[in-house]
Write a protein that binds this ligand. Structure first.
Ligand code: ATP
Ligand code: MG
Length: 754
């Protein structure tokens, strides 16, 4: 079959795409070898060739950004309608979708809210307070962030607080028996910490349920419960595909397994053990071996050609990762030319380093005569705090930049304020939202009064919102007059919005009405005089986002998803999920240099990549648990580069307000000492020959669109023979047809193998 999506693949990739759906498949391969491309093509193949309905395909990506990219490519291959019907997203997004529909069977209400990390930490801080005296007496400092991450680790493993408490009891009675003498002090402290965390975990679970909410980890726990205990809810799935499988944790593995079992083992995963970089978040690379045990008929396919990077970038990257002696050697080659040798440049201070980065981006862009735009450059950092100096250097040079995986849109104060109001309208029990906005804009209700209100609500078994509504109605005795005077505007706002929501107002209208009712623009002007304009722009951006979600809702119109929820709920869910792990809303589509953490850069690629601060203490990070994981992280960062790669380091760096002497990372110095040809100590000259290589690596011959159109038309012609009828096949077949014009035609990223 001369299908376009198959022509864009090499022989091994094609074999992987055409592998029989019922035989579980592992595609293990190095960076840039086309794993994600194969996964995307396989989805097209399952639909177009095997006639699996798109609604029965579950494709899991690691980030929202990755699912958006996959969605874009699939839209070009199979049309908008089928792409929209796929269950495509992160594990969290897929669980959230099903939990909304089946909330009742796992003991939740349909209008549950999703708590973000910030809200969870605030809640934990409150629950931790009663234990402070106990901890202080034992000289133990326990911060809410630590407790949050410990609870999260329990959840990643699929353990509830009951499991954790039971486990602690068993361990304690064992150690009591074994320890007849004096127990080791540090062991004792660990036990004390574990038992406090277990108690707080239990209370945290209760508090979340009471406010009818879930945190992000709960989405997976409850999702697993749903798919396990209510097998029929997992029965929709006929094929599971997972990208970046090396970074799944236990609970994600269990979710995948449950779905795959119900799908008669139709399972495809792609991964690369050399890129496992989430061990610190309980990802478990041994899941690759586990899958082979659980699905014994699993077959493996290895891809060995890298299409992304020049030969010299690949050589340098492999030299770094190969220093890990425990790593299994793998073959990865490229037919791309050598290109400019990666630069390893050193500076006296971090300021000099930042100035160089800005200068070098400008010089390269100018030298390449329009081939490279700002968006073709990425600066990849080990951690976010390194971005400030670089951001300001770029700004000084007039280079626009965006931060990926940094301070995210949905984490901004103004966005969280408005979402909290809407959450409260949808789910009146959601206390974190109440506490956030009862005094926004300032109504003279201080923290002490808020705590009093919350305590009183707790005592009378009401939600804080119910309580203030009763106070407003004059139905609560002995309330101080000042409080009575301060709450009406808040209560009226919520009630007006609630009525509007019940009458079916759209999220866009609700947000517009909300900012009007609370005078939010004025509030920003007064409370944030320095940057109120940009904050107000963010509010407008939120309205744009809401209208996009509305567009999706209208398109899905009569789907099962829309029938089981409300437009406001769908909007809240979309915004909560967008805030997970990466930024996915429109604002990043412009021509800007990307500044990202190395973690958030996973799976992505840029023509030019700069990795600053390649120093001991940064790579490996001084607080890391696993040095080899840090080495792999640097490998992931380097393998994002297509044409030019820079590693930089300095002699002195400002860390937490102090200037410290720093040294080149051992990950790179060992490579450099062994072979001086791998890195160059200067910036590339960008001679005509270098420029020719860059153009060649970046050239992406377009496929012939008419072939895709023909193929989709063929698919639609045979649609009536398939189990799931398509509502309007003709329209979707040519969904992208208006863009068939030569210049604006969508790219299918087909490259002739050189
Ligand atoms: P990573 O491990 O970093 O996630 P990956 O293995 O998923 O990488 P892809 O992102 O799928 O790799 O592909 C890397 C680049 O190579 C992309 O630009 C992709 O379009 C291109 N590519 C993949 N396969 C081919 C091919 N057969 N011919 C030409 N280009 C290809
Ligand atoms: Mg990939």
């Amino acid at each position: 079959m001369g299908s376009n999506y198959l022509e864009a693949l090499n022989t091994v990739q094609e074999k992987a795409v055409q592998h029989p759906p019922q035989v579980p498949l592992q595609i293990l391969a190095g960076p840039g070898s086309g794993k994600t491309r194969v996964l995307t093509s396989r989805i097209a193949h399952l639909i177009l060739h095997h006639h699996i309905p798109p609604t029965a395909i579950c494709a899991v990506t690691f980030t929202n950004k990755a699912s958006n990219e996959m969605r874009e490519r699939l839209t070009k291959l199979i049309g908008t309608e089928r792409t929209r019907a796929l269950k495509l997203g992160t594990f969290h997004a897929i669980c959230a979708l099903f939990l909304r529909k089946h909330a009742l069977v796992v003991g939740l209400s349909n209008n549950f809210s999703v708590c973000d990390a910030d809200e969870s930490k605030k809640l934990i801080s409150r629950l931790l307070k009663p234990y402070q005296t106990f901890l202080e007496a034992r000289d133990i400092t326990l911060k809410e962030a630590t407790v949050f991450s410990m609870i999260s680790k329990h959840k990643y493993k699929g353990n509830t607080s009951t499991d954790v408490i039971a486990e602690l009891r068993i361990t304690k009675s064992k150690s009591d028996k074994e320890n007849t003498g004096v127990q080791h002090k540090s062991r004792h402290i660990t036990d004390e910490i574990n038992s406090v965390v277990a108690e707080v975990y239990r209370e945290y679970e209760r508090a979340l349920r009471k406010s009818n909410s879930l945190d992000f980890d709960d989405l997976l726990l409850f999702g697993l419960q749903l798919f396990t205990d209510h097998k029929e809810s997992a029965g929709w799935c006929r094929h599971v595909l997972v990208d970046e499988f090396q970074d799944t944790n236990s609970i994600q593995y269990e979710l995948m397994k449950t779905l795959a079992v119900s799908a008669d083992q139709c399972l495809t995963v792609v991964g690369d053990p050399d890129q496992s970089i989430y061990g610190w978040r309980s990802a478990d690379v041994t899941n690759l071996a586990k899958m082979k045990k659980d699905f014994p008929s699993t077959e493996s396919i290895l891809l060995e050609e890298n299409y992304r990077s020049t030969a010299s970038i690949l050589k340098a990257s492999l030299a770094i990762v190969s220093q890990d002696k425990a790593r299994l050697p793998k073959s990865l080659h490229t037919s791309h030319p050598s290109g400019s040798i990666p630069s390893l440049v050193s500076f006296a201070t971090d300021q000099d380093e930042a100035a160089f980065i800005a200068h070098e981006i400008k010089r390269t862009a100018a030298n390449m005569g329009g081939i490279l735009k700002w968006k073709d450059f990425a600066v990849l950092l080990r951690f976010n705090a390194l971005s400030r100096v670089i951001e300001s250097a770029l700004q000084k040079s007039g280079i626009p930049c965006r931060i990926l995986g940094g301070h995210k849109f949905f984490e901004r104060m103004e966005i969280k304020d408005l979402l909290a109001y809407l959450q409260l309208v949808d789910n009146p029990q959601f206390t974190p939202a109440f506490s956030r906005v009862i005094n926004v804009p300032a109504r003279g209700i201080g923290a002490k009064t808020i705590t009093e209100l919350e305590l009183r609500a707790q005592k009378t078994n009401k939600t804080p919102l119910e309580l203030v509504e009763l106070i407003h109605g004059g139905r609560v005795p002995d309330i101080k007059p000042p409080i009575k005077r301060k709450i009406p505007s808040f209560v009226k706002t919520i009630q007006t919005l609630r009525d509007l929501a019940i009458d079916g107002s759209s999220p866009v209208d609700l947000i517009r009405r909300l900012v009007d009712l609370i005078g939010y623009e004025q509030h920003l002007k007064q409370a944030q005089p320095q940057d109120w304009e940009s904050r107000w722009e963010n509010v407008q951006e939120l309205i744009t986002f809401a209208s996009e979600v509305e567009g999706d809702i209208i398109e899905m119109d009569d789907s099962e998803e829309t029938r089981s929820t409300t437009p406001l709920r769908m909007f809240l869910q979309a915004s909560m999920l967008s805030s997970e792990g990466d930024q996915s809303n429109g604002e990043d589509s412009n021509d800007k240099v990307t500044i990202s953490t190395c973690h958030a850069a996973k799976g992505l690629e840029w023509p030019v990549v700069i990795v600053p601060s390649v120093e001991h203490g940064t790579f490996p990070f001084y607080r890391c648990d696993d040095v080899e994981e840090e080495r792999r992280l640097l490998y992931v960062a380097c393998t994002r580069a297509q044409c030019l790669l820079y590693l930089s380091h300095c002699g002195k760096r400002m860390v937490a307000g102090e200037t410290k002497s720093v040294e080149l990372s051992g990950f790179v110095s060992s490579v450099h000492h062994q072979d001086r040809t791998i890195f160059s100590d200067r910036a590339p000259e960008l001679l005509p020959a270098d420029r020719a290589v860059i153009s060649r690596v970046l050239s992406r011959p377009e496929p012939k669109h008419v072939e895709v159109a023909k193929h989709v038309a063929e698919f639609n012609r045979t649609a009536r023979h398939r189990p799931e009828p398509l509502s309007n096949p003709q329209s979707s077949a040519y969904n992208w047809h208006p863009s068939l014009g030569a210049q604006s035609a969508p790219s299918l990223d087909i490259i002739t193998s050189s």
